[in-house]
Write a protein that binds this ligand. Structure first.
Ligand code: FPP
Length: 222
């Protein structure tokens, strides 16, 4: 969700204002998914590397996340949104973990749109965590080394229950992967738009999905 900072800077406002508006765009984005029948949405809300930002900005982001979950969980429940999360969640502040677990519990039975929040997430970290589990299972005899293949390996990822993403949308014209779902994006289609994230609307989601539907996916074949 790139460009919150730049969006605010252009208006002479603090970065926190950009994040605040960015949280509103999350709601728009989810509405776009609901309108279009998209079943899974993963939002990169806070990367492991985002801890390097100034303390006040990290606090703003954690506060926004809590506030978003507090204010929107009921609405998400009503609209059939199921909240899930990936990342090293156990390293998050306790109150943030509690708010998140509350939203996950409250929306657990919804099936229309699964919204997965990537928080304190790192694609490389996820692969390392998976490898540690694989090694433990091999050591304990639950897995034979020879059995390991991509299908088995993906069961050890945080995302094991969900399909790989079909489409990855990046705002602010960025063309980087930035440590996001590194294993899962092997055959994902990319869509980059110039707008900053706070300006993202449900109409942008429609345009992205329309562009995706025109792509020819060959998965390495012809
Ligand atoms: C990237 O823009 C954005 C983030 C690191 C934070 C994203 C968080 C939110 C949109 C709000 C909370 C999230 C949810 C799910 C409610 P940037 O700050 O790097 O902007 P810049 O590239 O212009 O500096």
């Amino acid at each position: 969700m790139d460009g919150n900072g730049r969006w605010a800077k252009e208006r002479g406002w603090p970065r926190s204002r950009g994040h605040f508006e960015g949280a509103k765009a999350v709601r728009e984005c989810m509405q776009g998914c609901l309108d279009l029948g998209v079943e899974f949405l993963t939002l990169y809300a806070f990367s492991k590397d985002n801890w390097q930002r100034p303390k006040e900005e990290v606090e703003t982001l954690m506060g926004l996340l809590k506030r978003f979950l507090k204010e929107y969980t009921r609405e998400m429940k009503q609209h059939g949104v199921r909240v899930q999360a990936i990342g090293r969640l156990w390293e998050l502040p306790k109150d943030c973990q509690e708010q998140l677990q509350g939203a996950i519990r409250t929306t657990a039975h919804n099936t229309r749109l699964t919204t997965i929040l990537a928080i304190n997430y790192s694609g490389r970290g996820e692969i390392i965590d998976a490898i540690k589990q694989v090694l433990a299972d091999v050591e304990d005899g639950r897995l034979q080394k020879e059995q390991l293949d991509p299908e088995i390996f993906q069961r050890y990822l945080y995302t094991s229950r969900w399909p790989d993403p079909d489409l990855l949308i990046r705002t602010s014209g960025e063309m980087r992967v930035s440590d996001f779902l590194l294993w899962q994006v092997s055959y994902t289609e990319f869509f980059s738009l110039q707008k900053y994230w706070p300006d993202f609307t449900r109409e942008d989601m429609r345009l992205a999905v329309e562009a995706y539907m025109k792509r020819q996916r060959r998965y390495g074949g012809v």
